[in-house]
Ligand binder design. Sequence first.
Ligand code: BTN
Length: 245
Amino acid sequence: MHIIKLNAIDSTNSYLKELVVDELVQNFTAVVAEHQISGRGQMGTVWESEKGKNLTFSVLIEFDSLRITDQFYLSMAVALGVLTGVKGYVNSNLYVKWPNDILADKDKLAGILIENILKGANVKYAIVGIGVNVNQELFSNEIKNVTSLKKNSGHSIDKDALLEKIVASIKYFVGFVEKKQFQELKELYIDVLFKFNKPAMFIDNSGNQFLGKIIDISEDGRLEIELENEKTRKFNLKEIKFASR
Ligand code: BTN
């Protein structure tokens, strides 16, 4: 495994993105930082992580022929890879909260930010950014429903060994994407999907709360929710969130 270790950087995703443009980078190279000065989360949020305590890293994945329209399968593969990589370290049930947060019971353990470099109708490179809460024990009061491997298990964890495990398991699930085994991947994802087929409260982007249950994920990665009136609606990332966890 090829690892680039950095002490401090703005964001490992930004660093790796620039590196790929400037030079040849081996597939599955991981850039890991002890501290990110401006770690980025999904939808323009900030990823907070206590210096030296956690894993904040980005992995480069190169594709020969991944259509942009199939990119959600990569998101599934990465989520499954992270979930499987942390499995031996937790006492709780692990879930993927759509689209790709990793939860231990109801609490967020890891987040994923994938940024694609496109070529025509294909994804040429994916910059897969992952933040795993490893040995951090205290979190700011503003961050709710969060945990770490140490909080969950009571033990300190060797970050280097964990990094190797996660990257190896991402590689395994990305194999499904490379072989276009999309249906198998989707079944594995649905198996661990938080609140799948269970009634849950959601909020749409107009602030309306409603009861529904997740019944499927569409090919483009949208969440399919069955409403109380038995109609189905599809939502993309910007259109919906869980009301409570
Ligand atoms: C989220 O849940 O909002 C996604 C968080 C992704 C954080 C990781 S940490 C390593 C990589 N570099 C970044 O700036 N972000 C990702």
